[in-house]
Design a protein around this ligand. Structure first.
Ligand code: SF4
Length: 438
């Protein structure tokens, strides 16, 4: 049976029974397996120095998570905790479950008590272990625990601020730019970010999951649209699909001749790092050139578990970029952003985009003035490694696409000279004689 004829395995809801591989190797066996790999330093032509031990964790469960598990999930074993399907099955989704762990503020409590909330709450036990039980203002907690500020709709806010529904030639696919498409393969995420641009369409309140017929329609569109050379697979979170379904989908995309690159957009390494199993890696590495955009928001997400997840992806030869949404009270200062960007570089993730928060309904408490984003870029550019400076963009409301914003480094002209301001605010001249000759 050809790849085209095959039915996608499993259900579109994403989570299957635990695959055997989900019970991963413990760290000692993993290290041993790595050492025996045909491309290990001892046998490969080019010896590759292992990453420093201080960066790559030696255990798949950090001391913090272990203590949390013992306290709140005493019946769960370490193996279960490290099994991504256990993490998904045990997501915390209601007031009662969240209250068991966190001392909730009135604003959080009121939001969780409202049944008409558009975006459901869901937090993996792992991500819950990173939250401060007493401080409702803790950055990670602000991003994941509902707050009654979300229930207030402010001027300019729209359910579909980027106009994706108007640029969707078939369901679950957005075609905005000439040579690439966005393929929304699932509405499911292991954790729901309170600032999600697609809050209108993710979570169980967004209707039934995409089915095979919808996927087939999207695949047929890509196959007949020859200018599409790049497919961004997103959602929801595509890494919540089973290995089998992901394998099927990637094989179908890779079989389309004009699709040069495939990209995956995911928050999984931050909220469910246990998902990055050796079995998943074996699937992904079959479909190079495969790129990934990882969604990180705050340096506190760069835990030993997330580090191991990124290390596995990078070791599989997948170029990793990060996308960060600028959020008030979370990462809206130079110091926090610098720590995040530098931390990402240490785990081999290249900061890619810093997004101005999209004006979805109930996002006013998250949005910063645009000047804040510009100040952050100014505080990074020249002050740290150029690779660690993302491009600050506004995704233009109505479907205009990403528009980059830069601080004012171009200070005008003086005769043939261009006046430039450097990272310290000092003025320099560039003799732009070519412009005068033209
Ligand atoms: S993981 Fe992505 S799609 Fe899912 S809720 Fe967060 S931002 Fe939205």
């Amino acid at each position: 049976m050809s790849v085209e004829d095959a039915e996608p395995p499993g259900s579109t809801t994403g989570v299957l029974a635990p695959p055997a591989e989900a019970r991963e190797l413990d760290s000692a066996r993993w290290n041993q397996a790595k050492a025996q790999h045909p491309l290990s330093a001892s046998e490969s032509a080019v010896a590759v120095a292992p990453p420093p031990e201080s960066i790559v964790p030696q255990s798949r469960i950090s001391a913090r998570s272990r203590a949390f598990r013992r306290r709140f999930y005493p019946e769960a074993t370490n193996a279960e905790w490290c099994d991504w399907t256990w993490q998904v099955r045990n997501r915390i989704t209601d007031l009662e479950g969240i209250e068991r762990v966190l001392r909730l503020s009135d604003a959080e409590c009121n939001a969780l008590a409202r049944p008409d909330h558009l975006l459901p709450a869901a937090i993996t036990p792992y991500y819950m272990s990173l939250l401060d039980p007493d401080d409702a203002a803790q950055p990670l907690r602000r991003t994941i625990i509902p707050n009654e500020a979300e229930l207030v709709r402010s001027p300019g806010e729209e359910g579909d601020p980027l106009g994706e529904d108007n640029q969707s030639p078939v369901e679950c696919l957005v075609h905005r730019y000439p040579d690439r498409v966005l393929f929304l393969v699932t509405k499911f995420c292991s954790a729901y970010c309170r600032f999600c641009t697609r809050s209108r369409m993710v979570g169980h309140r967004a209707g039934p999951p995409y089915d095979t017929a919808q996927w087939e329609q999207a695949l047929a569109y890509v196959a007949r649209t020859r200018q599409v050379r790049d497919v961004l697979v997103s959602g929801g979170d595509p890494l919540t699909l089973s290995d089998e379904r992901l394998d099927w989908l990637l094989a179908r995309l890779r079989a389309i001749e004009h699709v040069e690159i495939i990209r995956l957009g995911t928050k999984t390494p931050a909220v469910l790092p246990q998902r990055i199993t050796p079995a998943l890696i074996r699937v992904l590495r079959k479909y190079h050139p495969l790129w990934m955009s990882l969604h990180f928001t705050h340096p506190d997400e760069l835990t030993p578990e997330a580090t191991l997840a990124c290390t596995r992806l990078a070791d599989a030869g997948i170029p990793l970029g990060s996308q960060t949404v600028l959020l008030a009270g979370v990462n809206d200062d130079v110091e926090t952003m610098k720590r995040l960007m530098q931390g990402l570089m240490k785990v081999r993730v290249r900061p890619y985009y810093l997004y101005q928060c999209d004006p979805i309904p109930g996002s006013a408490h998250f949005r910063t003035p645009v000047e804040t984003g510009l100040e952050i870029i100014q505080g990074l550019r020249g002050h740290t490694t150029g690779y660690a400076v993302p491009t600050y963009v506004i995704d233009a409301p109505g479907g205009g696409g990403k528009i980059p914003l830069l601080p004012a480094y171009f200070a005008g002209r003086d005769g043939t000279d261009v006046l430039l301001r450097n990272y310290q605010g000092k003025l320099f001249r560039y003799p732009d004689t070519a412009a005068c000759d033209a």
